[in-house]
Ligand binder design. Sequence first.
Ligand code: 6GU
Length: 246
Amino acid sequence: MRFDIVTIFPEFFGVLDVSLLGKARRDGVLELGVHDLRQWTHDRHRTVDDTPYGGGAGMVMKPEPWGEAFDALLGPDEDAAGTSDAVVVFTTPAGTPFTQSLARELAAERRIVFACGRYEGIDARVVEHVATRARVLEVSLGDYVLNGGEVAAMAMIEAIGRLVPGVVGNPESLVEESHESGLLEHPSYTKPRVWRGLEVPGVLHGGNHAAVAAWRREQALERTRRVRPDLLPDGDGAERTASRQP
Ligand code: 6GU
């Protein structure tokens, strides 16, 4: 799997050299290309933004550098007889929310290009244009505002990358974690059995595997009900409000 990232802050992505994803890169399981958007500017100041048509605060990213970036990364317009086999992800707080199921879907792709927007976003014609040449997604990390898409792209790359076969050493560890089952994960414990007066629940060292599985499932359910009732089948907002009445 190959990730390409277009950004005005390429140095943000240095952290992808470390930890699990860094190892996956050294092992050749993941490839990463980080591209400075300003290499596709031609003026002395390497300008990537301009004032918005219609007025208002903030700056909008100009379409021309993005157009050249996608020409370079997807191949020029002329050979767009078909579309590129890359998926292009535009990071934007106005996008569809990033979820574990989208991470799973994207982990099966061959190549993903992340376009990191800054300021008040990218000229809207860029998404429209790129959509004629590749599958395009506009994706948000969640309902809050970041200064730019870099941290969002990094989070998405980590979530997607670890699902690529060969990145996480023991694939079993991917199965039981939060969000894969639709529930939050059960609590975990390790030695010592008593720590600062706090004991590990007895069922976990009783050797009864069925009892352990049942306990973990109940804990996962209880935690999900308490913290994220919206994840449960009957957890729509109306029900939640009703069930919270004293
Ligand atoms: Cl993808 N970008 C920005 N700028 N803010 C965000 C986001 C993305 N997702 C949540 N907030």
